[in-house]
Write a protein that binds this ligand. Structure first.
Ligand SMILES: *Cc1c(COP(=O)(O)O)cnc(C)c1O
Length: 367
């Protein structure tokens, strides 16, 4: 059996350190905010290269808090990629604004500056590029477009902890970047977690306040906030795991290299990596018209795969009122039918990656 991702192995590798971190918080008597949060926020900002990091409860909340702190709400529009995890869109809807999708680039499945112009309206306030699957977006043209039209740029970096573009880590070039520490992400807690990085301290203070009931001083409420804080136990665990992130990402890259070279001359559409990009391979996603047959064949061979994502956001029941049609987003609509995520993870044996390659090549001969 080759599992899609075995999270217990990440715990096993760090068991003594993680157990000690949990015990430290348990014994401290300090269970909300406090020193563990301060430490992780400092370490994570240093890792990303941003001035500030702010913990919050989930990646979805990180996006919601940033939109709230930008005073984006009813009547406003936010441009989002047509192909992404639905949370990117949900955050926009949750603050009462309208997600305006733009189709993604065929090769990278990421947002580019192309196509933004025609999505622009007087109501447009922000753009949310997503570093999907851990493959970084080329931000410079999007930032230039945003500057020209006085828009904010929010990176959805929930799949891209440590990814670089032009040698610099993503998450420190835009107005704010949003992170998820959901267990299966490249940097994951043992439960939910989220965070925001930014270089604007006043903006960071506003986010912090919004995530803490809209309050700075206890029982004094300046605005209508949420309760969305990172748990100190999860922060202590994340501090331990952060020390392993680069090593784990490097292992994912080795798996990706095996897939890329082993499947190079097959009929699969492989992930496309731009020259300036250093992806962290949160997922390794291939595309094929024989997706369902390949997935079933791999399952028969004991190889787990997943689909990210089987239903495009514009086809979700929750977005039926937007009256969007896949015909307007041909790349995203095609991706939903073709994408298949192969097993990848920080502890996957390299031999298993070769076995996956062999199994796929055999199945492709039969379809
Ligand atoms: C995981 C993810 C989120 C949401 O993060 P949660 O912590 O699960 O709320 C948002 N955007 C993208 C692209 C994600 O992959």
């Amino acid at each position: 059996m080759i599992s899609f991702l075995d999270l217990a192995q990440t715990y096993d590798e760090l068991r003594p350190e993680i157990d000690a971190a949990i015990a430290r918080v348990t014994a401290s008597g300090w269970y909300i905010l406090g020193p563990e949060i301060d430490r992780f926020e400092r370490d994570y900002a240093a890792y990303i290269g941003s001035d500030v990091a702010i913990g919050c409860a989930t990646g979805l909340d990180a996006l919601i808090l940033v939109l709230m702190a930008m005073d984006i709400g009813p009547g406003d529009e936010v441009i989002v990629p047509a192909h992404t995890f639905v949370a990117t869109w949900l955050a926009v809807s949750r603050v009462g604004a309208r997600p305006v999708p733009v189709d993604v680039n065929f090769d990278t499945l990421n947002m580019t500056a192309e196509g933004l112009e025609e999505k622009l309206s007087p109501a447009t306030k922000a753009i949310i590029p997503v570093h999907l699957y851990g493959n970084p977006v080329d931000l410079a043209p999007i930032l230039a477009f945003a500057r020209k039209h006085d828009l904010r740029v929010i990176e959805d970096a929930a799949q891209a902890h440590g990814a670089r573009w032009g040698g610099r880590r993503v998450g420190a070039q835009s107005d704010a970047a949003c992170w998820s520490f959901y267990p299966a992400k490249n940097l994951g807690a043992l439960g939910d977690g989220g965070g925001i990085t930014t270089n604007d301290p006043a903006f960071a203070a506003r986010i912090r306040r919004l995530g803490n009931y809209g309050s700075v001083r206890k029982y004094e409420n300046l605005e209508i906030g949420l309760n969305s804080r990172l748990d100190p136990i999860q922060a202590a665990i994340l501090s331990v795991k952060l020390g392993k992130l680069d090593t784990w990402n490097a292992h994912r890259s080795e798996i990706a290299r095996i897939y890329l070279s082993g499947l190079r001359d097959s009929e699969l559409i492989l992930p496309s990596v731009r020259d300036e990009a250093d992806p962290v391979w949160h997922l390794f996603v291939v595309r094929t018209d024989h997706r369902d047959a390949i997935q079933a064949g791999l399952a028969d061979a004991g190889i787990q795969t997943q689909i990210h994502y089987p239903i495009a956001p514009f086809d979700q029941a929750c977005y039926s009122d937007l009256n969007l049609s896949g015909q307007d987003f041909p790349v995203a609509a095609g991706a939903a039918k073709q994408v298949l995520s192969l097993p990848i993870g920080p502890h996957m044996p390299l031999d298993d990656a070769h076995r996956v390659v062999d199994a796929i090549r055999q199945l492709l001969r039969a379809v």
